[in-house]
Design a protein around this ligand. Structure first.
Ligand code: 5GP
Ligand code: ZN
Length: 112
């Protein structure tokens, strides 16, 4: 997707504070962090949202889920973390490239 901002981050066409990368996925700091640690984990391939995932994406999703706890630990979240996956406009999804938010420590956010 040529006009997708997260695809541009994957292609290094726009800068991002990347904290993890392998052949299938990328994690970088959210530009508007809601907590001391706020990362976004995305697949390198463009998938619009959870509603657009197919069975062929199953292994990729599994890899992403298994990566989240390691990312959390590597970024200093020793006592757990919050994972958020917004889907579609009704779910508050602003960027149409599927991404997990990894947020912590939510005890440092008011109203949590
Ligand atoms: P959504 O609402 O789609 O679940 O979340 C999109 C997230 O992407 C938001 O938290 C927003 O701050 C973040 N974001 C949007 N544009 C950029 C960008 O260009 N760079 C980075 N690092 N984060 C972005
Ligand atoms: Zn994309």
């Amino acid at each position: 997707m040529s006009d997708c901002i997260f695809c541009k981050i994957v292609k290094k066409e726009i800068p991002a504070d990347i904290v993890f990368e392998n052949e299938a996925m990328l994690a970088f700091k959210d530009i508007r962090p809601q907590a001391p640690v706020h990362l976004l984990l995305i697949p390198k391939q463009h998938v619009q949202s959870l509603e657009h995932v197919t069975e062929q994406d199953g292994v990729l999703l599994q890899q992403m889920l298994l990566t989240l706890p390691n990312l959390a630990k590597d970024n200093g979240l020793q006592e757990g973390f919050r994972t958020v996956l917004n889907t579609g406009p009704g779910g508050g999804q602003e960027v149409d490239h599927i991404h997990f938010h990894l947020i912590g420590d939510v005890r440092h956010i008011s109203n949590n």
